[in-house]
Design a protein around this ligand. Structure first.
Ligand code: NDP
Length: 330
């Protein structure tokens, strides 16, 4: 493919950002030992921040955004990959410092790729994407911290978003009693269909937290941060654990040490971007096993390449439910 379409973010000398669809050639791409024909990508919160310029996600210009890709190897100098291999990439700075997935062709480091997990199609992998793979990293961390379904309920914050929706589907299949915190009560039926046993209004958690509050859950998947995370910690039962992966409400954590020193609560930090390859492969193999494909389909919608920019704006405005797949050639 000599010429191909890509979304390109650029800056003028006054640092004013522009985003447009451009025709690129392979000479425009950055260094890497594997060239991939991208089939699908997805819209994550971070992609929204990059495209809208609302946070300093992009650190090199021009940049092709898109932190997730699924596609087929076109050429490879990496011994682990050969032409025709189906591959998946999540994170590693792709779409931030290295040209990313909103492009019909991408050149990346083979070390960043994994072979597409058995049992999932490329589109399903992007239905999961970084948001869903991060949900599984949260679930793995909670399990390792000893949170099992018999210990008590698990709270999922930002429930109708990407991380939240996938987390609910996984946790309910694993037998947990899931409490979903959402600001969108109109999505109640959707969240229950994914497996939420109870819904709470996110307003209950979004104000300043007391150091300790009534114990309500054994574990938490938190995609929201700020006061919500502080409240989630203050209501975690003795010996429980909280997996913190997001900042939809804010990056601050206005909390106290009380949950840690009086209840032995564990705060587990979750990073998907630089997670080692073995951990990724563990998460993806668990996703192939523990995520109900029917539920995955119900929480995803697919948009064409030309609609990716609008979807990126919508996710920052909190208007996206579940996950959005981008058909790069559609
Ligand atoms: P989404 O935008 O899809 O979901 C975020 C959800 O958070 C919204 O749907 C909404 O849920 C809730 N929310 C939004 N704004 C607020 C607010 N002001 N106060 C309380 N709740 C709010 O994003 P993702 O699910 O893709 O990502 C969630 C977070 O996780 C983001 O901050 C993202 O950057 C982070 N993330 C981190 C990763 C990591 O490696 N640590 C990887 C992937 C994502 P509802 O409408 O149900 O209330």
């Amino acid at each position: 493919m000599d010429q191909f379409k890509a979304i390109v973010i650029d800056r003028d000398e006054d640092k004013k950002q522009s985003v447009e669809i451009k025709t690129l050639t392979q000479a425009d791409l950055m260094e890497g030992d594997v060239t991939v024909k991208v089939a699908y990508s997805t819209v994550n919160f971070k992609d929204g921040l990059a495209i809208t310029g609302k946070s300093p996600v992009v650190r090199r210009w021009p940049m092709v955004p898109g932190i997730d890709m699924a596609g087929t190897v076109l050429s490879s100098d990496n011994p682990d990959f050969k032409p025709g291999d189906e591959v998946v990439l999540n994170g590693w700075g792709v779409g931030e410092t290295h040209m990313g997935a909103y492009s019909q062709v991408a050149r990346v480091k083979g070390d960043w790729l994994i072979h597409k997990p058995e049992g999932l199609t490329p589109a399903q992998c992007m239905g999961i994407g970084t948001a869903g793979y991060t949900s599984m990293l949260c679930v793995l961390a909670l399990e390792e911290a000893g949170v099992t379904p018999d210990k008590g309920p698990v709270l999922v914050t930002g429930a109708a978003g990407g991380v939240g929706s996938v987390a609910i589907a996984i946790l309910s299949k694993l037998g947990y009693h899931v409490i979903a915190s959402t600001g969108r009560q109109e999505e109640g039926d959707y969240l229950k269909a994914l497996g939420a046993a109870e819904l709470i209004d996110r307003e209950e958690l979004s104000g300043p937290a007391r150091p300790l509050n009534k114990e309500r859950w054994a574990g938490v998947v938190d995609a929201v941060g700020s006061h919500t995370l502080a409240n989630a910690l203050s209501m975690t039962q003795y010996g429980g654990a909280v997996a913190a992966c997001g900042l939809a409400q804010g990056m601050d954590l206005p909390s106290s040490v009380a949950p840690f020193i009086l209840r032995g609560v564990k705060l587990l930090g979750i990073d998907s971007v630089m997670a080692p390859k073995e951990r990724r492969m563990e998460a993806w193999s668990r996703l192939a096993k523990d995520l109900d494909i029917g539920k995955l389909e119900s929480l995803t919608k697919t948009v064409g390449f030309d609609q990716a920019m609008d979807a990126a704006k919508d996710i920052v405005d909190g208007k996206i439910r579940g996950r959005v797949i981008v058909d790069i050639n559609g």
